[in-house]
Design a binder for this molecule. Sequence first.
Ligand SMILES: NC(=O)c1ccc[n+]([C@@H]2O[C@H](COP(=O)([O-])OP(=O)(O)OC[C@H]3O[C@@H](n4cnc5c(N)ncnc54)[C@H](OP(=O)(O)O)[C@@H]3O)[C@@H](O)[C@H]2O)c1
Length: 249
Amino acid sequence: MNFDPPPPLPHSFLSYPPLFPHRPYTSLVLAMSLDGKIADVQRQAARFSSAADLVHLEVRVAAVDGVLFGGGTLRAYGTTLSVRNPVLIEQRRQRGQSDQPVHIVWSPSGQLDPGYRFFQQSVPRGLITTLAGAQRWQGDKRFEKLWVMPAERVEPWDWPWLFAQLKQANLHTLALLGGGRLTADLLYHDLIDELYITVCPLLLGGATAPTLVDGDGCLAALAPRLQLISHQAQEDEVFLHYRVRREGK
Ligand SMILES: NC(=O)c1ccc[n+]([C@@H]2O[C@H](COP(=O)([O-])OP(=O)(O)OC[C@H]3O[C@@H](n4cnc5c(N)ncnc54)[C@H](OP(=O)(O)O)[C@@H]3O)[C@@H](O)[C@H]2O)c1
């Protein structure tokens, strides 16, 4: 399997994937064990995928205007994946994108350790939070941009409204990097368009270990249906690319 950087995309890249007028186009990118776990029962950082998967992840991150991940993910990793491959950076420049996508954390409480290496990485950072969470970061330059959810939109979290704000900030494409709680929320709101799932050759088990989609789950009759776009195997890993079907909606 070839994970070299893809050929340069024309500036019309933003016409594919199809863009929505009121929200970013989204791709979920996650690695999971064969039994669907995205981490072990200790909820540690998932470092079980191969070097090829990391290249694949970097390609996906390099393609978008912003990446979004939950506070649980930042607490597990303390870091994010920046684009380092010069070819990918050059391709971003040719598409009129900044060298790095904006790395956005969703954390209603805003309780994030300023000592995380994330805050030293050379990437623009954003925070999606509540009024109380924003107060923690007031006057702090570590986040270039705060998106603050109005109090009346917090319960339940109004993702469609928030995504409209991201779109207004010129974020047309988003990579969603987990974890399971964020995925569940966005899936519930029908805000996931594509899924890139790497199936890794291990079995983690554990009822409390996070899965691809956590939350309350949905009945099979109502579950989102997917269309397989591509599948490739490399050594013992399988790289899957699905699109969410929306026929009839
Ligand atoms: N295999 C992979 O590719 C991969 C990728 C990413 C993550 N992971 C794993 O996924 C795990 C993290 O996933 P996660 O689902 O725990 O977290 P998450 O989806 O990264 O973040 C969950 C966010 O939900 C917010 N939240 C809002 N209401 C909540 C509630 N009632 N209860 C809990 N959280 C609430 C939390 O906000 P606050 O910040 O205010 O608490 C938190 O920031 C880690 O173990 C990580 O290693 C794996």
